[in-house]
Design a binder for this molecule. Structure first.
Ligand code: ZN
Length: 379
């Protein structure tokens, strides 16, 4: 059975959003964190409400091995954005409550020494292929973490009712790939995009999505920057490919996996796009039509869920040159055939997606992921 969810609410369902020109990495919105009201400060939360009620079409058939104990930590839900401690406690709890299918591991340490945690969801079938979902490589894109944690929650709590195309995969979910930056967007600068690396005696940060080795630092002969060697630049690529521990964690986890990865989904915001290689050049990648078809199937599922329209195409076609990106690397070097970057909501609110839209965005993407997995197994 394939579980397809409808959102509990669907404001603006019929509205098509059309904007022909946009700037995907708009840094003009740089007000301080004190302006933020949508973020829950986990330290003040005392309510235990982890048994979030799922939409009625989904029932949980997995019984936790033992009863939940009372915990100091607090609420995980998709009604607001959460701090790193809440998110990590959430995946740790999933592992504890569903040990047959959940494993949490630390795949690396950030520049400032924080754990980069990964939740693996798997029935341990040796014939499975692997799926990668990462979020908040750009830390200001909070909705991405909400979406992948939602997918984790639905997957785990409904695992035995889900279709084979879902359960025959080993799901590798990295809710916060850039934990230093993520915390900094809560405590310092809400619009921070990079990690918290120091170069030249100051914390300048590296754009982790320009730090992968494929086409790293490539000059394409056009004025458009695929990345920058200027440490103060928002697209600073770092001093060398994989100079940053966060990108190394991705590389080593994927290349070190005994299970072949078939799908790589990196979640960003805010332009409502489904994009695929190449980012570093104009010509279509070898699987262009195939990826276009798969992306279109995802976009259709999104539209059927909430009415939102996501455009589909190559990175270069829909945005601009980008060199050293994770999806160009995953596609070309790691040989992951379905490599996509999903730009979540919203063009209207940019990085500050209202918390009231979190659930709609989560549900529409979950339905898209279901359709992608069906497509992957059929092709
Ligand atoms: Zn991004």
């Amino acid at each position: 059975m394939s579980v397809s969810l409808k959102p509990p609410r669907s404001p603006r369902m019929k509205r098509m959003q059309r904007q022909d020109l946009f700037y995907i990495y708009d840094d003009r919105d740089a007000s301080s964190v004190s302006d933020q009201t949508e973020c829950a400060d986990g330290s003040t939360q005392t309510i235990i409400n982890r048994r979030r009620r799922l939409p009625t079409s989904v029932t949980n058939t997995i019984t936790p091995r033992r009863k939940l104990k009372k915990r100091k930590i607090r609420l995980m839900d998709w009604k607001k954005y959460h701090r790193l401690s809440v998110i990590y406690a959430f995946i740790d709890d999933l592992e504890r409550d569903f040990p047959a299918i959940c494993t949490v591991s630390v795949i690396g340490k950030s520049v400032e020494g924080r754990d980069i945690k990964m939740l693996k969801i798997s029935n341990s079938n040796a014939n499975n292929s692997a799926v990668w979902l990462d979020a908040c490589i750009h830390p200001r894109e909070w909705i991405s973490t909400a979406v992948v944690t939602y997918i984790a929650d639905v997957l785990v709590r409904n695992f035995h009712t889900l279709s084979t195309s879902i359960t025959n995969k080993d799901w590798h979910i990295i809710p916060v790939l850039n934990p230093d930056g993520y915390e900094y967007t809560h405590t310092g600068e809400r619009m921070w995009r990079k990690n918290r690396a120091w170069y030249g005696g100051e914390c300048v940060g590296v754009d982790l999505n320009r730090n992968f080795s494929y086409a790293w630092g490539q000059s394409n002969g056009e004025q458009s920057n695929g990345s920058s060697d200027d440490p103060s630049h928002v697209f600073y690529r770092g001093p060398a490919p994989f100079s940053e521990p966060e990108t190394v964690a991705v590389r080593d986890t994927i290349l070190g996996s005994g299970t072949p990865f078939k799908v790589f989904l990196s979640f960003h915001s805010y332009f409502e796009l489904i994009i695929f290689p190449w980012g570093n050049r104009k010509d279509p990648c070898p699987d262009y039509l195939h990826l276009l078809e798969a992306g279109t199937i995802m976009a259709r599922a999104i539209h059927e869920t909430t009415g939102k329209t996501y455009k589909v195409g190559s990175t270069k076609d829909l945005t601009y040159y980008a060199c050293g990106t994770s999806i160009d690397w995953s596609y070309s070097i790691a040989k992951i055939p379905y490599s996509f970057m999903v730009e979540l909501r919203s063009r209207k609110h940019k990085f500050r997606l209202p918390k009231e839209q979190i659930m709609d965005n989560c549900v529409e993407i979950w339905n898209a992921v279901i359709k992608l997995m069906e497509y992957v197994d059929q092709n």
